[in-house]
Design a binder for this molecule. Structure first.
Ligand code: MN
Length: 500
């Protein structure tokens, strides 16, 4: 009897304890002034002590100020902010933990309570908007899975997403909107063989449902683009893969996404983001040229553009400039994921771009493209694992924005100066002739060209390199004249413990 009473007491105490855990306010380990209310809503400031970031010019020593990015300043007839159209990547900025394949998370932002609850998702969303306001950026990018937790069922997952998206819509106001949204089809185990290219029909269907919902919420939030990054759309071994069938499935999937976009009246641009490999051994959207060919073959060329990521470009063995130019000359340059890789590390390090020469070449492509709108520059870049202060989030973005702004200034000078364009024009001047025009018009038949070759004799190489100015040393010199003295000053590394 006594034993059973004791057991009852223990059961009761357990139930009470469970009740406290289930209904009590979430923990809120604010260490600098934030507060939690009973509803779990954050009441404090997420970035206390950090003001709205302003332009102070190159001579400023203030790490929390722009030295080169002056949003309202006009360059080549357009405001800097309209050339750049910067965007903050929610996943790196608010879900990045500093964890890597070898080590545990290192970042513990003070607003995180260690849960993956809807309340926590909403608090993070508030942090996102305080950050956007203070850094002076009007756009943000997200995956569905970054911003809201999964539920037990697809219906519950969608309900969670709707709840967080409703708050985002309210916080956006009239000025801020997503540059793009996307569905995350790579983290969950169901996507181990891919989403649209999975060998399992059920996974294909689930992927479609997820993209459908992500497109709907992007549209609801006024998003300007929608991105497809096929992290697991590829293969590990051709021996167990029907590549032709998988590529056809991918094409049908993209066709269905176009149809759904039109059905719901979403006018944003659909973008494909090439990447050669990682996590798969081979990704189908290898690079810009491969993706362009895929789109053309499947009659999708007019429905999609490309989102070029600089770190993906270098992983595919190209420079970012090469990928941007390949996209541009095919009419496919839609957006840039602004980051850079590390020449000594062989994977996708997603670093903030701090190389002024690389930024100058990037901006040359952007200017030649007439800008990126409705695309922009999304900072698909993360703090290094060792950067663990809240302030670092600002310093890293300021550094990235200043570098690209400086690239814009350098590229504008190169274009205004005209010597680089003149050098390239001269290189091809032999085609600025009657026969050259005929060849370019598709009327250069081989019989005629053979007669000309016999008449003209062997092309004189020494004259070609000296008189037409195509020597590589001259080209390099022209570019470096602009970049060199700027590079010697280097974009101030605003924090010694920061990303580069
Ligand atoms: Mn990216």
């Amino acid at each position: 009897m006594k034993g059973s009473r004791m057991l009852l007491l223990l059961v009761c105490l357990s139930v009470i304890a469970l009740g406290v855990i289930a209904t009590g306010p979430p923990t809120c380990p604010a260490d600098h002034g934030g507060e939690c209310s009973d509803s779990g809503e954050w009441k404090g400031e997420f970035f206390p002590g950090i003001p709205k970031i302003k332009y102070e010019g190159p001579s400023s020593k203030n790490p929390l100020a722009f030295k080169w990015y002056n949003a309202e300043e006009e360059i080549l007839g357009k405001k800097m902010k309209d050339w750049m159209r910067f965007s903050i990547a929610f996943w790196h900025t608010f879900r990045g933990t500093g964890g890597d394949p070898f080590g545990a998370p290192t970042k513990y932002w003070p607003w995180e309570d260690g849960t993956n609850s809807v309340a926590m998702a909403k608090r993070r969303m508030r942090a996102n908007f305080e950050f956007l306001e203070k850094i002076g950026v009007d756009r943000w990018c997200f995956h569905d899975k970054d911003i809201a937790p999964d539920g037990e069922t697809l219906e519950e997952t969608n309900k969670n997403l709707d709840e967080v998206v409703a708050l985002a819509k309210e916080l956006q106001g009239t000025k801020i909107r997503p540059l793009w949204g996307t569905a995350q089809l790579f983290n969950h185990p169901r996507y181990m063989h891919g989403g649209a290219t999975s060998s399992e029909l059920g996974v294909y269907a689930y992927s479609a449902a997820q993209v459908k919902k992500a497109m709907e919420v992007t549209h609801f939030l006024g998003g300007e683009n929608y991105v497809f990054w096929g992290g697991r759309e590829g293969y590990q071994s051709l021996l167990n893969t029907d590549m032709e069938r998988e590529l056809n499935h991918l094409a049908r999937f993209l066709e269905a996404s176009v149809a759904y976009k039109k059905k719901i009246g979403f006018n944003g641009t659909l973008l494909i983001e090439p990447k050669p490999q990682e996590p798969t051994k081979h990704q189908y959207d290898w690079d810009a040229a491969t993706t362009a060919n895929f789109l053309r073959k499947n009659g999708l060329i007019g429905e999609f553009k490309l989102n070029i990521e600089c770190n993906h470009a270098t992983l595919s063995g190209h420079s970012c400039h090469h990928e941007l130019e390949t996209a541009r000359i095919n009419g496919l340059l839609g957006n840039i994921d602004a980051n850079t890789g590390d020449p000594q590390i062989g994977w996708d390090t997603d670093q903030f771009m701090t190389d002024i020469a690389e930024a100058t070449l990037v901006m040359l492509s952007v200017i030649r493209n007439g800008g990126l709108a409705p695309g922009g520059f999304n900072f698909d870049a993360k703090l290094r694992r060792e950067s663990t202060d809240v302030e670092d989030i600002f310093l890293a973005h300021i550094s990235g924005m200043d570098t690209l702004a400086r690239g814009l200034r350098s590229a504008a000078k190169l274009i205004e100066d005209g010597s680089l364009a003149e050098l390239v024009r001269k290189r091809y001047q032999s085609f600025d002739t009657e026969i050259g025009a005929q060849i370019e018009a598709g009327k250069g038949d081989f019989e005629t060209l053979e007669k000309l070759a016999m008449k003209w004799g062997n092309p004189r190489f020494h004259l070609l390199s000296s008189s037409t100015g195509l020597g590589l040393d001259k080209l390099t010199k022209a570019l470096c004249q602009e970049v060199k003295h700027e590079a010697s000053k280097r974009t101030p590394s605003t924090a010694t413990h920061l990303d580069d």
